[in-house]
Design a protein around this ligand. Structure first.
Ligand code: SAH
Ligand code: SF4
Length: 363
């Protein structure tokens, strides 16, 4: 429920409107999951509320902690599906990577989530509850550490679940709730042009990240079939028209695939394409998973690509893989959903042995 939904709900029960806000604040600002802890409600009100409403959509089924401190949470929905969310410590900051869908329909060829297909959208409650469960967990295991940034870069294409995306943003950024600063929230998309245009008109203003991954249509058509519908020209036109906040930049994600999009010529094309756009590029060396035919470029190729972009004036950062030992890095989220009867469907066999390339930390 949005704050307004909660107020309407209170009125529908014959209570005063402010009760709705009181309850909403308990849930969203304080993370209360039990009506009994809502101490400013009297006993009868609490009993009626417990009968009429449920709090929280998810439970933590499992957590894995990487050698670099990254935590991957497997969360269970009420209908017995699994989703994944990742907590990434970075100095003082902690970024949470949240999922917007179970699976994804976009079918990017290099991505493990794509292999699941789309199972279903998450509702707004399931999106925000990832943050609340992680917030509670951190309070217990690392007191003092708080979630500072949220990125919609987990499973799913957020703009394919537009209404729930917007509702979840409004809830998370509400000053009476979790109070996340809009500039600390980033929505990442594969580039759904009509929805991007719509997003630009919203009052809630998250940062925008776009998974570009290729600077020419031939390569992008091949690795991101969505490009056949909204090609680079249409995407760039929408982005150039996007109403960016002052002092903000669009982030372009560029997954480096050996022999596919990692040549110096690709770097030059990328720099040319993005000339004049207020942006930065995050290079993500491809994270391996089975079922994909790609390879991560050599360290030399990665550095060469980055240097070429920089030489041509494009601000370019290398993302070191975080949590890749527990398959929590970009593009590795692909746990199989639990079946409806609660039994565990087989997990995609994600873990494979490989050399850790030891990339330098940048950005
Ligand atoms: N669906 C959204 C957000 C989730 S994907 C989107 O595509 O933007 C988050 C990022 O992971 C995207 O930039 C995607 O290009 C990247 N990614 C997907 N698979 C990857 C892999 N195997 N290795 C590295 N990055 C990957
Ligand atoms: Fe979906 Fe993003 Fe993976 Fe593409 S990269 S399949 S849009 S989750």
């Amino acid at each position: 429920m949005s704050l307004e939904d909660a107020e309407t709900f209170a009125v529908s029960l014959g209570w005063q409107k402010f009760r709705g806000e009181q309850i909403w604040r308990w849930v969203h600002a304080h993370g209360v999951r039990d009506v009994e802890q809502m101490t400013n409600l009297n006993k009868d009100t609490r009993a009626e509320l417990a009968e009429k409403a449920t709090i929280g959509s998810l439970t933590i089924a499992e957590q894995q902690v990487s050698t670099d401190g990254t935590r991957k949470l497997r969360l269970l929905t009420r209908d017995g599906q699994s989703i994944e969310s990742v907590l990434i410590p970075d100095g003082e900051k902690t970024t949470q990577c949240i999922s917007s869908q179970i699976g994804c329909a976009v079918n990017c060829q290099f991505c493990a989530t794509a292999k699941l297909g789309l199972i279903r959208n998450l509702d707004a409650g399931e999106i925000v509850d990832q943050v609340y469960l992680a917030r509670k967990l951190l309070e217990e295991v690392e007191p003092g550490r708080r979630i500072s940034n949220i990125v919609y870069m987990g499973m799913g294409e957020p703009l394919h679940n537009y209404d729930n995306l917007i509702k979840s943003l409004q809830i998370l950024c509400n000053d009476k709730g979790a109070k996340l600063a809009q500039r600390r929230v980033t929505v990442s998309t594969s580039g759904l042009v009509p929805k991007l245009e719509k997003l630009g008109l919203e009052t809630v203003r998250p940062n925008l990240a776009v998974s570009l991954n290729a600077a020419n249509d031939e390569t992008r058509d091949e690795i991101m079939p969505i490009n056949r519908k909204w090609n680079i020209g249409k995407l760039m036109a929408a982005l150039k028209a996007y109403p960016l906040e002052q002092r903000r930049r669009i982030t372009f994600e560029y997954v480096l695939l050996a022999g596919v999009n990692d040549s110096l010529r690709d770097a030059a094309q990328l720099a040319k394409l993005l000339r004049g756009v207020r942006c930065k590029v995050n290079l993500i060396p491809w994270n391996p998973h089975p079922e994909a035919l790609y390879q991560r470029p050599s360290d030399a190729a990665i550095t060469g690509f980055q240097n070429e972009c920089k030489r041509l004036g494009l601000p370019t950062y290398l993302r070191t893989p975080r949590g890749d030992d527990i398959d929590a890095a970009c593009g590795q989220l692909a746990n199989r959903a639990k079946t409806a009867d609660g039994s565990s469907a087989p997990l995609v066999p994600l873990r494979i042995r490989r050399e850790r390339p030891g990339l330098p930390a940048v950005d």
